[in-house]
Design a protein around this ligand. Structure first.
Ligand SMILES: [Zn+2]
Ligand SMILES: [Zn+2]
Length: 422
């Protein structure tokens, strides 16, 4: 659409050969030796000095495709050749200006890819775990690995991630890795800035993707599945036999259904306003569905659970109305888990006396814990317990990314869309 691929190829072919050789062939590895790297790893558009990325400039303007200098990884960071990137509502909140974020920026935070290069002086254990050429998946919450929370194993609260990435759009030295080819100006990164041909990811956010799992569908492990797992495992602490309701059956909500099924929930109720999403929900584990356009979901959930309400209700939309529904749907002593982001500053209302007397627990959850959870999620996907193919309802090409966000905004993506960046 905005990008002229042919022109790009010509420009890249014009890169001087010695420059390409320098960039492609000799990379210093971390044990200090030099090795011939796999030139195939750098074959995107015929050159390695530059790359393309999808840039968000200002709210409600289309993403544009821009040329960047090849990003450089720093200490304990890894340069990834991006293979696929999921289309998530959090990016859409940024694109619509609902969540303030540094701009211009590259959105996209749900990736798979191939390891290309390690930052200088990166720990040898990291280099061994993620050798050049390895397939990896990246979590959107990228733990620094050593802050107060990371050292307690709570990667999902990493101080550096929130202080630098979410607050400033940078990595943890306060700088972005993305600079425009045309004028060298910095472009910020939403997580790793995954909607680009290459991205730099802190190594603690990565896990090895086995050859048995495809790049495209596996991308959703890094946000949709990761977020669902964090909500179910850490916030709700779901037990076998629990009754669970999930309000909002989009990408993350439908992943919650699959995780609930994996955890042995006995009753799994999906709530949405679109019948096609509810139909899909049944295939992903829902034992009951409620179209909240036609029925009061809290009332119906009580009816389905002998008048008590569910042990765990999850709100995956981020709306004040569904926040209330979520709280009203849980049994006495039950857990209402909130995972839907919303307009910055939005408030939810709670009946205080009900909360106090009936011991309702309202719990926020943003995602999983990359280092401990990602390898487990990969196992769940590999064994088929979590069906990643069924969770991805559409794939599209890099150039179609902007349209994919428009479709997501209109509610016309049933499960998850994934952009292929090959
Ligand atoms: Zn996401
Ligand atoms: Zn940390």
């Amino acid at each position: 659409m905005w990008f002229n691929r042919a022109a790009f190829l010509i420009r890249n072919r014009a890169t001087p050969l010695f420059q390409q050789l320098k960039n492609n062939c000799f990379r210093t590895n971390n044990s200090g030796g030099r090795f011939l790297s796999n030139a195939a790893a750098y074959n995107v558009s015929g050159g390695s000095s530059y790359m393309r990325g999808a840039v968000f400039w200002e709210p409600n303007k289309p993403l544009t495709f821009e040329d960047f200098h090849m990003p450089r990884p720093k200490l304990n960071e890894i340069l990834i050749k991006t293979k696929a990137c999921g289309v998530c509502h959090s990016d859409l909140h940024v694109i619509k200006g609902e969540l303030p974020f540094a701009s211009p920026c590259v959105v996209g935070h749900e990736i798979t890819g191939e390891v290309v290069e390690h930052g200088p002086l990166t720990e040898s254990k990291i280099v061994q775990r993620f050798p050049v050429g390895a397939h990896v998946v990246g979590a959107f919450i990228m733990p620094c690995g050593s802050c107060f929370f990371c050292s307690r194993g709570q990667d999902d609260l990493c101080e550096d991630f929130f202080a630098y990435n979410r607050a400033k759009g940078t990595l943890y030295d306060g700088e972005t890795r993305l600079f425009l080819r045309s004028n060298g100006k910095p472009v910020y990164m939403y997580s790793m800035g995954g909607l680009a041909e290459y991205c730099v990811v802190p190594a603690h956010a990565l896990a090895i993707l086995p050859d048995t799992l495809p790049y495209t569908e596996s991308a959703i492990i890094g946000c949709a599945v990761f977020t669902a797992y964090g909500a179910m495992a850490h916030a709700a602490e779901v037990r076998p036999g629990d009754a669970i309701a999930v309000i909002g059956a989009g990408g993350v909500g439908s992943s919650c259904l699959q995780i609930a099924r994996a955890f042995g929930a006995s009753v799994i109720i999906a709530v949405d306003i679109q019948d096609d999403k509810l139909e899909n929900a049944k295939a992903l584990g829902a034992t009951h569905t409620i179209n909240s356009r036609n029925e009061d979901p809290a009332k119906k959930i009580k009816e389905l659970t002998g008048g008590r309400g569910v042990d765990v209700a999850v709100e995956a939309l981020g709306r004040p109305q569904t926040f209330n529904q979520c709280v009203q749907s849980v049994r006495d002593g039950g857990k209402a888990v909130m995972i839907g982001l919303t307009l910055s500053g939005a408030k939810g209302e709670i009946d205080i006396n009900h909360l106090v007397r009936r011991q309702i627990k309202v719990i926020g959850s943003y995602g999983g814990r990359a280092r401990q959870d990602l390898p487990k999620l990969i196992k769940l996907a590999e064994s088929g317990i979590f069906n990643i193919k069924a969770a991805v309802s559409r794939t599209c090409q890099f150039e179609e990314a902007d349209q994919a966000y428009k479709d997501l905004n209109e509610g016309s993506i049933r499960g998850r869309a994934v952009v292929e960046i090959m």
